[in-house]
Design a protein around this ligand. Structure first.
Ligand SMILES: [Mg+2]
Length: 448
């Protein structure tokens, strides 16, 4: 590994015009263009390169790309061995220095950190010839603890405690690895039918299709209008029923705390399992109150996709603010920080259902859910699946009979084709210079 040197990198602002079909639309994000800020690492070894990405919803992707440029310079010239022998220090180095002032460990800068850290993991997996989930699951508890930067969380999780948890997790690990290899580790839920901008007819048709495909868990977007939401949830329940299935709803942060409570009381008759992102992702005590007040109505609370770092996660757990932890693979600082959040979730007994509603996210999170099942929670790990844009990835995730197919190819499954870059790199890719691309750009620049 000390012979593998990162010699250069390239950064790509890739945007897909999903706003044309309202894919991904919700009460807050009315017409996102699903986008990824990608980094490609190149090495001195022929054909050994690696990919990292963070997800955005279009405008602002360029900001993350600039931050990635700054961070990527720090790893050029370094060997894979030097970067991975003490990954917690590699992580610490990336979040330190003058640039820390524009974070720290939050926002666009931290998303850039996530992409760069994940690109190192992709390289590590490719070098070892293993998918990232397997690379992690085959590490010893001592090696795993060394991946984590415990700064700011030792009041709830010490390295010694993490080590103990990971040692206990070794029991039955081989069987769970086998389950993963048999594609029985990660059941999927779908949001594909639930986007807010879809017509009633489209919702109905898509739900029927997903029921046929074997899904048992469904999520709908809510929060723009109570009458519309009641109508759509009634449609959803008429298609999926109530037996052996679960329905979730997602408000994408549109409400104040009291508004969330009152609104959700009116949707309780449709028996949603949880309300996702009822309010600001930074409002820890607000989530705690919503959870307390909705508990008698049988509605849980979930959040996480815009939870910016392990400190916010720590407080959500400490405050008893959530029923479900929806960790994002690249909003926080990559695999390392995700592992520490998984461990905190385990300690507080909060199930993890990673956030995957975006391009490339299910490709990443299938690894995270597999790690959670094999190594940490040891429970079947439900995961969001959105059926968009997988065709642009070399190793797309797949769902068969309601389960994710465990990835077997080396790395972190986030490689895009060169042709994807040629077509969708913003603003000069083939799509974006076309007449329709220019129209979409105009709307994007107006902030609509
Ligand atoms: Mg969501």
């Amino acid at each position: 590994m000390d012979k593998v040197i990162i010699t250069s990198y390239s950064i790509h602002d890739i945007r897909f015009p999903t706003s044309l079909q309202k894919d991904g639309s919700d009460a807050m994000n009315k017409s996102p263009d699903y986008s990824g800020a990608f980094i490609i690492l190149r090495t001195n070894v022929p054909n050994l390169k690696a990919y990292g990405m963070t997800f955005t919803s279009g405008s602002g992707n360029e900001v993350v790309c600039v931050a990635m440029e700054t961070l990527a310079k720090r790893i050029v010239g370094r060997s894979l061995a030097a970067l991975t022998e003490n990954m917690s220090m590699t992580y610490r180095t990336l979040v330190s220095g003058q640039i820390r002032w524009i974070g720290p460990e939050k926002g666009a800068l931290h998303m850039a950190t996530g992409a760069v850290v994940n690109s190192i993991w992709d390289l590590w997996g490719r070098y070892e010839g293993k998918p990232v989930w397997r690379l992690v699951c085959e590490m010893s508890p001592e090696e795993l603890v060394n991946l984590i930067d415990f700064r700011y969380i030792v009041d709830v999780l010490t390295p010694e405690e993490a080590l103990q948890m990971l040692r206990e997790g070794q029991q039955g690990k081989e069987q769970r690895m086998q389950d993963a290899l048999n594609n029985k580790a990660v059941p999927a839920y779908t949001t594909s039918a639930g986007w807010l901008g879809y017509s009633d007819e489209k919702v109905k048709t898509l739900l029927k299709e997903t029921v046929k495909e074997g899904f048992k868990y469904f999520k709908m977007k809510v929060g723009s209008n109570i009458d519309d939401d009641r109508r759509k949830l009634a449609i959803a329940r008429s298609v999926i029923g109530y037996n052996g299935v679960k329905l979730m709803v997602d408000a994408n942060q549109v409400w104040d705390v009291e508004e969330a409570i009152e609104y959700m009381k009116q949707l309780a008759e449709y028996k949603p399992w949880f309300i996702e992102e009822p309010t600001s992702p930074d409002d820890i005590l607000g989530h705690a109150r919503i959870r307390r007040e909705l508990e008698p109505y049988g509605v849980g609370v979930a959040t996480g996709e815009q939870c910016q770092n392990r400190v916010i996660w720590k407080q959500l757990f400490q405050a008893g603010a959530i029923d479900i932890a929806q960790i994002d693979a690249c909003r926080v600082g990559g695999v390392n920080e995700v592992l520490c959040i998984l461990l905190m979730a385990k300690k507080f007994g909060v199930p993890v259902i990673p956030h995957s509603g975006g391009v490339g996210l299910p490709e990443y999170t299938q690894h995270i859910s597999t790690i959670d099942y094999v190594l940490i929670s040891q429970k079947l790990s439900l995961l969001e699946y959105v059926d968009h844009l997988h065709e642009y990835f070399r190793y797309p995730c797949r769902v068969v009979n309601g389960y994710f197919t465990t990835p077997l190819e080396p790395g972190y499954s986030i490689e895009i084709y060169d042709s994807t870059i040629d077509e969708f790199e913003f603003p000069h890719g083939a799509f974006w210079v076309s007449p329709i691309g220019k129209e979409v750009t105009e709307i994007m620049l107006q902030g609509l």
